[in-house]
Design a protein around this ligand. Structure first.
Ligand code: 5GP
Length: 208
């Protein structure tokens, strides 16, 4: 079985990353979602080990020291990071591992593992982004403003991503995402074992 690929999905807060990921997992069995560790407090309805592993600052810093994170970043005064063990386990099992993370972490991973696929999810317009952020109703106006300011910063890194995906219609967006990953898995550079095998068999049987 070929090794899965690490797929990063980033996008401004309120773009619908969570919904896209949930839908993708529901429709296609070859994906696994990495659950991040964070020092931020749980939002209503969030569950330990499902939404995040909620950690104290001290616990998080210990994970950093022990090299237990694939990457980590600070975002609006909190730490967020990807536990390494689960990602490796799933890749070995041939699953594509989805990381729903912000841009600093995405670029860290791309540098360490250039074969990572970076996908940036964007709303159809700024008005739609403002509407979605306000409509969620779980954050204070200051936090919403902070997140929009952060979006302005993050937009400057969008060109470093491999693919830009517009989340207008959910169904289209999910299927486009899946097609991207399927296509990437067909790249010749990711199929060297298969190539070598067929070349060798052909050479043995029919080569001069
Ligand atoms: P939220 O607090 O809204 O759940 O997440 C805030 C931001 O942190 C989002 O952009 C989310 O994608 C990002 N994030 C979540 N987990 C991780 C992680 O493990 N590493 C990094 N670098 N960012 C993360």
């Amino acid at each position: 079985m070929s090794r899965g690929i690490i797929t990063v999905l980033s996008g401004f807060a309120g773009t619908g990353k969570g919904t896209v990921v949930r839908e993708l997992l529901k429709r296609h069995s070859e994906y696994a979602l990495s659950v991040s560790a964070t020092t931020r407090s749980p939002r209503e309805g969030e569950q330990e080990g499902v939404s995040y592993f909620f950690k104290t600052k001290k616990e998080f810093e210990e994970m950093i020291r022990n090299d237990q994170l694939l990457e980590y970043a600070q975002y609006v005064d909190n730490y967020y990071g990807t536990p390494l063990a689960y990602v490796n386990e799933q890749l070995e099992a041939g699953k594509n591992v989805l990381l729903e993370i912000e841009i600093q972490g995405a670029l860290q991973i791309k540098e360490k593992y250039p074969e990572t696929v970076l996908v940036f999810l964007t709303p159809p317009s700024l008005e739609e982004l403002e509407r979605r952020l306000t409509g969620r109703g779980t954050e204070t106006p200051e936090i919403i403003r902070e997140r929009l300011k952060r979006a302005a910063e993050e937009s400057r890194g969008m060109e470093k991503y491999d693919y830009i995906l517009v989340n207008d219609d959910l169904d289209t967006c999910v299927e486009q995402f899946h097609h991207i990953i399927e296509t990437v898995r067909c790249e010749a550079s990711r199929n060297s074992d298969r190539i070598t095998q067929i070349q060798k068999s052909l050479a043995e049987k029919y080569g001069n």
